[in-house]
Design a protein around this ligand. Structure first.
Ligand code: GTP
Ligand code: MG
Length: 328
């Protein structure tokens, strides 16, 4: 007998909420193991029901601290929560990422909360294809709500909208220039703009700025207008914490809006469309490299590009013409 892992058993264990099985399966997915396809095939029918909340924003804005509060609120409503922390795999984020773990530690003994870090291979804060599969695994484990925290770096944070039903963008006072720079992006990604650290100087000016930016934008009738919610999410005393109830209500309002406008299906459609694109990219690359294997052509193509005899685009075009039948 080979020592191939028993997929069926692992999937059954996942369905029963076994965290160790989830951890193993997620590792398979992230390592791109062949078994992944069979795993995804088996778990797919149990996915797609969780509410996915995206939290994005720049480093240190308070995403994890807010996630901690949201988890507590959701647990009060008896909802099970999965949390995916997208590790930007950056040499600069090592310490900060450790901070995420510490901030969410209070839930580590709660069987209704599953926290997992995820690699974001490729680019800073962006979501890798594995992220989609990891979220499906957490869904299949039975999470009612999944919170996905990603570091928003420029345009990359837009990635999270392909997955999230409700997307929170966390900003802080004093981020004036940054907000200015992402003005256009804000409307596209944020369903709710959380002005965290509202205990700091500059909060009122920032709030006014955000509100006037929103007021200047035009929204089609019936379209969701992003809410701006100021929050204070740390403090020595419980009464120091502010805005969390308002934030929870805004999230619920947005969820209601999605239901009323039948937008959930549209989000699901876009998610699957994006997912399909990523899988095609992946599989096609594998297929083509496999086809070139042993022919010596790959080496030749690469050398030609290096020597300036050819460029990557022409090579890809040529290879596609040769190996992929695009027309009948
Ligand atoms: N003054 C103040 N500090 C806050 C507030 N919320 C969070 N912080 C602090 O800001 C720091 C960063 O908080 P995190 O929750 O780790 O921020 P993050 O956005 O998850 O950070 P990364 O995951 O590193 O990108 C911590 O030291 C928090 O204690 C707030 O409302 N007011
Ligand atoms: Mg964090």
């Amino acid at each position: 007998m080979s020592n191939r892992p028993d997929i069926n058993e692992m999937v059954q264990r996942l369905f029963s909420g076994d965290r160790r099985a989830a951890a193993r399966l997620i590792t398979w997915v992230e390592d791109g193991m062949e078994e992944t396809h069979e795993v995804m095939r088996q778990i797919y029918p149990r996915t797609g029901k969780a509410i996915i909340l995206g939290i994005t924003g720049s480093g240190g804005a308070g995403k994890s601290t807010l996630a901690d509060h949201l988890i507590r609120k959701l647990r009060e409503q008896d909802k099970t929560v999965g949390v995916g922390l997208v590790d930007p795999s950056s040499p600069f984020s090592g310490g900060a990422f450790l901070g995420d773990r510490i901030r969410l530690q209070s839930h580590s003994q709660d069987a209704g909360v599953y926290i997992r870090s995820m690699a974001s291979r490729g680019y800073l804060g962006g979501l890798s294809r594995a992220t989609y599969d990891v979220i499906r695994i957490i869904e299949a484990m039975g999470a009612d709500v999944i919170i996905v925290e990603t570091l928003g770096a420029g345009q990359d944070e837009i990635d999270v909208i392909h997955i999230a039903h409700t997307c929170l963008l966390v900003v802080t006072p004093g981020m004036g220039d940054d907000i200015q720079a992402m003005k256009a992006g804000i409307m596209e990604i944020a369903d709710i703009i959380v002005l965290n650290k509202a205990d700091l100087e500059g909060t009122n000016a920032c709030l006014r700025h955000l509100q006037s930016t929103l007021a200047a934008a035009s929204f089609k009738e019936g379209k969701w207008v992003p809410r701006v919610i100021p929050t204070v999410s740390v403090g020595g005393k419980p009464q120091d914490i502010q805005g969390i109830d308002e934030l929870t209500s805004a999230i619920e309002e947005h969820q209601d809006h999605l239901q009323k406008t039948n937008s959930v299906d549209q989000i699901k459609f876009e998610r699957v469309e994006h997912e399909l694109g990523l899988i095609f990219k992946d599989q096609l690359q594998k297929l083509i490299f496999k086809g070139l294997k042993g022919t010596g052509k790959k080496k030749k193509y690469i050398n030609n590009i290096i020597q300036g005899k050819n460029d990557p685009y022409s090579v890809v075009e040529e290879v596609l013409k040769t190996y992929v039948r695009t027309k009948e």
